[in-house]
Design a protein around this ligand. Sequence first.
Ligand code: BGC
Length: 421
Amino acid sequence: MQKAPAARFARHLIAAAALVGFAGLSVAGEVEVLHWWTAGGEAKAASALKATLQAKGHTWKDFAVAGGGGDSAMTVLKSRVVSGNAPAAAQIKGPSLQEWAAEGVLANIDDVAKAEKWDSLLPPVVANVMKYKGNYVAVPVNVHRVNWLWANPEAFKKAGAKVPATWDEFFAAAEKLKAAGIIPIAHGGQNWQDFTTFEAVALGVGGTEFYKKALVQLDQGTLKSPTMEKVLTTFKKVKDYTDKNAPGRDWNLATAMVIKGEAGMQIMGDWAKGEFIAAGKVPGKDFTCAAAPGTAKAFTFNVDSFAMFKVKGDDKVKAQKDLAAAIMSPDFQEVFNLNKGSIPVRLNMKMDKFDDCAKLSSNDFVATAKSGSLVPSIAHGMAVSSSAEGAIKDVVSQFWNSDKMSAADAMNKIAAAAKMK
Ligand code: BGC
């Protein structure tokens, strides 16, 4: 007798819960994620992100916009935000995070950061970039090194050349590869790719102090200096060793040329390693990684991160916060970066599952942070305002593509472009 009301109550509760589909109790939500990870290794890494979110019971809405370097993705993002339809999370990096936060569209995820102790898990230089006015608005995924030279050892053997450590050696090796009928350098002619080569030359020929003064501080005197002229002349000489189909080529197709041995080398960030790995190639055997010529003691960093936009609805907010927490978890940091070619941004991670390229990157990241030669990549949005970056990139590509522009002209135009705020 006494059990009857309780049993009836339980039956009612179950029936009511079934009717509302546990909606009131459930916190599963959807996260729409904008990214540009569509090439082989990138897509594998993006799948790891998706799986991590789904494991928490949430739904992943993919918003992939193809195009290396993310220029197209950023254009699409702007139009979505302007029309009041921002995704929950978007791949945004460096100073652009501040620009977006200043628009008032990013969410404060400090509660997640505090609960997960991000301040003690991230290098301070990275944590600061993720914060706007002291509050976290984004979560970092990785550290990419940009100043790498990828090479095909078979091609080098065929040409009797050795992987270069200086720019003089680079041109000597390029001559030998050319003589052996191999395209010396696989290049993709898009302005961010031109600039990836340019900043490697600037660092290798000019050195770290020059790089910082010219390209980070945008110091007019350094931008119009004999060193800058030498950097530009060396950069332009690299073009002589690229093929005529380079204009417009995607970066991953350039990597494929090195994988196949059609080309000997590529200067590219370590997302290129993601391509080699996705193609089943073994580092140290099928391909080699070395710092770009003259840059072994420096490190150009590029940190991928996801900005969190303001979203409505408790379920969506919960899903977004769960994603942010998951991104910083050790398991995710490991599996994502093994596929992406980068290294974990979370400090003190075990590197035993990573290859020698990643281990070198990890050691150099720590060493250069101490020595002061850890520098931001301009090509990948880490250093200057998006308007100055865009203007400087345009001039560098014009110079690369023009038969008429002299290094001195380019230098003056870059100095003028650097004044863009
Ligand atoms: C991003 C990488 C990406 C690369 C090529 C870079 O700007 O940081 O994550 O793989 O562009 O698309």
